[in-house]
Design a protein around this ligand. Sequence first.
Ligand code: KG4
Ligand code: ZN
Length: 340
Amino acid sequence: MVIEVKQLEAKELVVLGIESSCDETASAVVVNGRYVRSNVISSQVNVHQQFGGVVPEIASRKHIEVIDSVILKALEDAKTDFDGIDLIGVTYGPGLIGSLLVGLSEAKAISYAKGIPFVGVNHIEGHIAANYLGNSDLCPPYVCLVASGGHSHIVLVKDYTEFEVMGKTTDDAAGEAFDKVARVLGLGYPGGPAVDKLAKEGSATIDFPMAFMQKGNYDFSFSGIKTAVINYLKKHPDAPLADVAASFQKAVVDVLAFKLFEAAKDAGIKTIAIAGGVASNSGLRKKVKEMAEEYGVRVYSPPPVFCTDNAAMIAAAAYYRYIGGYVSDLDLNAVANLSL
Ligand code: KG4
Ligand code: ZN
């Protein structure tokens, strides 16, 4: 629901963020949507590694085990307690339903017990808001690429809570492509950082397909590139894997960057941002910097720790929702397929 929020001018608003949409249990304390006082992330990656991906049922159980201590640590690191918190921001979708429910129920319980208002945050909006952390001069409008394990979106950020999706993937997300290709290359889970590392040792000598490259189309398709990598390895079993990784990464990065800059150009926007786990990719960060000069635009990116899942970005997004007049009710439910 939307209600009028009063008496907010010039006050320092301290937000407790809670994030549990996938396999990271995270909490953070952020002031006025920009200044991170603490950022605690408890990763379940070791638990899921043996299965080659996230097992939803195990993920929810692990969230329950650690969420209390993660939140208390975030408060302790920020040298505060619940009395020092003005607002709770919590991810309510999209994500794994069981995992989302753990964070959301926790937020509601704290909100009810302590009388602190809470705001449900869209996880994708959170990824975008990660750009406000450490970039005190960034403000809308800008065009943001959100590339994570579940999403690849080009978003026109018209205002802090107003978004227009200009393009998105028609099949796999960019991070999903990294994870699948990593498995094919025998690099394990999570694949993105491993491919990024191996790519640095190779040369991008192989041409992998880049889909939908016609102008004016900002949608992505990444399922074909995984098949192309598998077929290439079948034909060339002795191919240096570092070259395959470098070539795959280049193909994905070039498509992401090209579409991002073209979308901004067509929208007449001179500011660009990147977000999501794939935004920590060294190849993408380098490419975007190079293209910024060519296109004459300013580029923002969060530090890598705020690209992958974290709660500071959720707190930042919650701040802007709250000052925009939004608060959530205790009957808010988690929405696994929530769209932006
Ligand atoms: O944003 P995120 O932490 O979780 C989701 O919301 O999905 O993104 C995780 C995704 C995974 O697919 C992971 O492989 C990818 O981001 N990723 C990377 C890198 N670091 C994480 N992909 C490419 N290069 C990286 N350095
Ligand atoms: Zn995410």
